[in-house]
Write a protein that binds this ligand. Structure first.
Ligand SMILES: CC(C)(COP(=O)(O)OP(=O)(O)OC[C@H]1O[C@@H](n2cnc3c(N)ncnc32)[C@H](O)[C@@H]1OP(=O)(O)O)[C@@H](O)C(=O)NCCC(=O)NCCS
Length: 228
């Protein structure tokens, strides 16, 4: 998860978000719904999940809603736009029966003589977790990064975020660094890194993306439907 805004603007945004969340909680209690943490799991088959790459402005509020709900760092609309306008091919959304249930937002570029991918945001809503949706979203972004010539992929995750750390660990990411008090909430981050083989050492690199994808698909058994 990315941390980029100034402390003061993030503080203001957090206060607004806390007020919004409180209001939402009060509304859901009034309507008799369970709170987020207790939300019922939804029954669905993996083949019912549709994965689409970022398709334009109509997707932006869906991405923002999900990330605002689930990540501790508050982002401005400019941050979202920076990513999805410049690298739409690296952002994906997952839908179930028309409802957006997960998203991943990424970028790529030169960094200290390395061409690298970066995963900025990843969210799956609670009732849909534990069914491989995040794995599929991330795998799709990584595949495009690989095909675009990235040599590595990085991201940051809170050291307390067991789910994300386990997920990325299973995808082959290593913990490269600990960043102290990286987030506004004071929590440290791990910088995670996935290294791709260098083409001069691995002439079969163009094939690697397919191998990586099929490895991930077999890891989760059911291959989800592809709609792009
Ligand atoms: C982290 C998150 C994206 C995972 O989404 P998901 O769709 O449930 O992930 P997957 O089903 O693809 O999980 C794949 C693997 O990750 C690991 N994992 C995921 N969630 C886990 C959890 N809560 N506890 C332990 N391991 C977990 C497991 O190894 C899992 O493999 P398994 O199902 O074979 O055990 C989701 O929990 C989420 O949105 N969390 C809030 C936002 C967040 O923390 N984003 C990451 C910021 S870095």
């Amino acid at each position: 998860m990315l941390a980029i805004e100034s402390k003061e603007s993030r503080r203001r945004r957090r206060r607004r978000r806390r007020r919004k969340k409180k209001k939402k909680r009060e509304e859901s209690m009034e309507s008799g719904k369970k709170e987020d943490g207790e939300m019922e799991k939804v029954e669905f088959d993996a083949s019912e999940i549709e994965y689409v790459s970022y398709g334009g402005e109509h997707h932006l509020p869906l991405v923002m809603n999900l990330v605002d709900q689930e990540l501790s760092e508050p982002y401005s609309i400019f941050t979202y736009r920076y990513f999805v306008y410049l690298w739409p091919q690296l952002s994906f959304l997952a839908f179930h029966k028309g409802k957006c249930v997960g998203t991943v937002v990424c970028k790529m570029g030169e960094h200290r003589n390395t061409f690298r991918g970066y995963i900025a945001m990843l969210v799956v809503i609670k009732p849909y977790r534990g069914r491989g949706i995040a794995t599929e979203l991330v795998t799709r972004s990584i595949k495009v990064m690989m095909e675009s010539g990235c040599e590595e992929v990085t991201l940051e995750a809170e050291v307390t975020n067991k789910g994300a750390l386990a997920l990325y660990g299973r995808l082959g990411f290593i913990r490269a660094k600990r960043l102290f008090h990286y987030y506004l909430n004071g929590v440290d981050a791990f910088r995670l890194k996935l290294l791709f083989p260098r083409p001069e050492l691995h002439p079969s690199l163009p094939m690697m993306a397919d191998k990586y994808e099929s490895h991930m698909r077999s890891y989760h058994g059911n291959a989800p439907s592809i709609v792009e």
